[in-house]
Design a protein around this ligand. Sequence first.
Ligand SMILES: NC(=O)c1ccc[n+]([C@@H]2O[C@H](COP(=O)([O-])OP(=O)(O)OC[C@H]3O[C@@H](n4cnc5c(N)ncnc54)[C@H](OP(=O)(O)O)[C@@H]3O)[C@@H](O)[C@H]2O)c1
Length: 249
Amino acid sequence: MTRQKILITGASSGLGAGMARAFAAQGRDLALCARRVERLEELKAEILDKHPYAKVAIAALDVDDHEAIPRVFNELSEELGGIDRVIVNAGIGKGWPLGQGKPWANKATINTNLISGMVQIETALEMFHKAGGGHLVLISSVLGNTGVPGGKAAYCASKAGMTSLGESLRAEYDKGPIRITVIEPGYIESEMTAKSATTLLMVDNETGVRAMVAAIEKEKGRAVVPSWPWAPLTQIMRLLPPKYTKRFA
Ligand SMILES: NC(=O)c1ccc[n+]([C@@H]2O[C@H](COP(=O)([O-])OP(=O)(O)OC[C@H]3O[C@@H](n4cnc5c(N)ncnc54)[C@H](OP(=O)(O)O)[C@@H]3O)[C@@H](O)[C@H]2O)c1
């Protein structure tokens, strides 16, 4: 089944913008949202330059404004005449070692990645119930499979939570009509990873996004991307004694 109308949150940079470019190249209609609307305007212009017949709707959305999520999703849906796939992608990587005086940074990450992610999930599922189906994609992380020492503890927890929500929904919608996909990216170039000290096995944005889009299109239940070397590595991450996880931090 071709999911023609695709909504992506956090589409102003990194993986979200990369997925928008990749789906536009496949002739899909796009609903793109983020806080930096000027970046969305630039992306829309770039996509229309390459694909003049593409349909691209954009909207300013701060996903931490939970009341705005259903309003903006519904406005974008009206503009495109429905939404077939929602990609819950908006996320941040703020954080500080727990107990060392910056709880606001850790709270912000849990709030945006998990609580605001859950509100996006609730909204998307309501839309899909009304429409009789749809494809919900959750962008989690390989770090949802482990904990790491230092400033990424809250980030790991937020992504473990996101994966867990996805696994519950996969059980809930086992027989459809809504399809659920949990994507667990390894390290892929983006604004977020540019700020991070970790360059472990980092791939460029295009390579990473290609793997993400391929897994999303197959509507896999759960996919680690790029699968090599991250699929075997995540198995190891799950078993690794905590003192050896520093390499992933
Ligand atoms: N890159 C990786 O290696 C990697 C690995 C695993 C998982 N991920 C996940 O992939 C997703 C995308 O991250 P990225 O790497 O592409 O980072 P990025 O380049 O920093 O992009 C993050 C996106 O999220 C949006 N965003 C952040 N806070 C938001 C808010 N409150 N409301 C609305 N939009 C918000 C940003 O848009 P505005 O600032 O314009 O709002 C931006 O478009 C995240 O969920 C991240 O955790 C990334």
